[in-house]
Write a protein that binds this ligand. Structure first.
Ligand code: GLY
Ligand code: MN
Length: 362
């Protein structure tokens, strides 16, 4: 990506800071640093102020920062990044500088306050998260590729999903393929594969439990591409399933499809959550759907806004949202169905192509 691409983001952040009468911001969250200047390493601080943008890291990242960092001057040193800022006189006494309390530990806050004692630190949360909600064309392309990889890997793993196979085996194979076709450092998050009673635990960690007959099976996983995440859940019944298990599947699928149909720019996140929640409640399973309907995704797997009962956000064009209702009943099992959806001015685009009709595993 070009220098101009990242400078636009830095300028937008500077404008937001000016609106709050702030002289700059110390950015410490590595995802935010990647968003603002392109650096993908694991340790850095970014200072954005009226004089421009300064990127500070250490000797492990000399070559990587030269290659990746755009729109910022680079300082490499082995001492604390805040000491570097002080030694280089990058901030003046009396300046008001934003830090993000969601990302600065109390200990780090004490350190920054001591080292930069003349500066007034102001807590500004969610300023970068809010900028990142609307995806640009390049980001949408990256998310679409992550979803394509997810569909492809899922199709390759599908033939091995059988009664008698361990949860772990499926999870590991999915992760392997996501790293093979997508970013090699990790998949979007540790794959969730839960069979039988484990399917009723929404964030189950895969075990050596084998898929059995008459069970429900939840598989939730995704690839990462160019740092952007995909997130897809598919659920299955196994041979010998009960009528109630099939009925739970149908209820979740209708809740998912109907709530997706409500998506378009301008509508409230709360109202989309309500479509799914009302359907599940009217079928008698309200208390078994106890998480939000979905979340935005991008450089992070969970971003704002969220589809939830308490959300105060509205959808905007080119937000990318997951829609993932679920029903989890202790002795019966769980079903969750999840797709990634681009919000359009007058509707939506579902990215995942993996089928979601009721399917029985033998
Ligand atoms: N796919 C896992 C989650 O969204 O929490
Ligand atoms: Mn999700």
């Amino acid at each position: 990506m070009s220098k101009e691409y990242f400078q636009r983001r830095q300028n937008k952040l500077s404008e937001e800071l000016s609106k709050h009468n702030l002289d700059g911001m110390l950015v410490t969250n590595m995802i935010h640093i990647r968003y603002l200047c392109g650096f993908t390493g694991s340790s850095a601080t970014l200072l954005i102020n009226q004089e421009g943008t300064t990127f500070i890291s250490d000797g492990r990242y000399v070559f990587q920062s030269e290659k990746e960092v755009k729109g910022a001057s680079i300082l490499i040193d082995s001492i604390s990044h805040f000491e570097v800022i002080k030694n280089e006189n990058l901030l003046k006494d009396g300046q008001k500088i934003a830090i993000d309390g969601n990302n600065v530990s109390y200990q780090n806050f004490i350190t920054i306050s001591k080292v930069l004692s003349g500066v007034e630190l102001i807590n500004m949360t969610n300023i970068i998260e809010t900028m990142a909600m609307q995806k640009d064309e390049k980001e949408l392309e990256a998310i679409k590729t992550a979803v394509e990889i997810t569909d492809r890997a899922f199709a390759e793993v599908f033939p091995m999903i059988k009664i008698g196979v361990e949860e772990k085996v499926i999870a590991n194979q999915l992760s392997f393929l996501y790293r093979k076709y997508g970013d090699s450092d990790s998949d979007a998050f540790p794959a969730i594969v839960g069979a039988g009673p484990n399917s009723a635990k929404p964030h189950h960690t895969p075990t050596d439990r084998k898929i059995g007959p008459g069970e429900l099976l939840v598989i939730d996983s995704g690839a990462k591409f160019a740092g952007y995440h995909a997130d897809m859940t598919r659920s299955f019944a196994t041979k010998g399933f009960s009528e109630e298990q099939k009925s739970i599947y149908d209820i979740v699928l209708k809740a998912q499809v109907d709530s997706i149909k409500g998506i378009k720019s301008g509508v409230s996140c709360k109202s989309i959550d309500k479509i799914a929640r009302d359907h599940i409640a009217s079928a008698g399973y309200g208390k078994y759907f106890d998480h939000g309907l979905g979340h935005s995704l991008g450089l992070e797997i969970h971003e704002n806004p969220r589809f939830s009962k308490v959300s105060t956000d509205n959808l905007g064009t080119n937000y990318v949202m997951t829609v993932e209702p679920g029903i989890y009943v202790k002795d019966i099992g769980g079903v969750r169905i999840e797709d990634d959806v681009i919000v359009k001015e007058n509707g939506y685009e579902v990215l995942n192509k993996t089928p979601k009709d009721f399917h029985v595993i033998s």
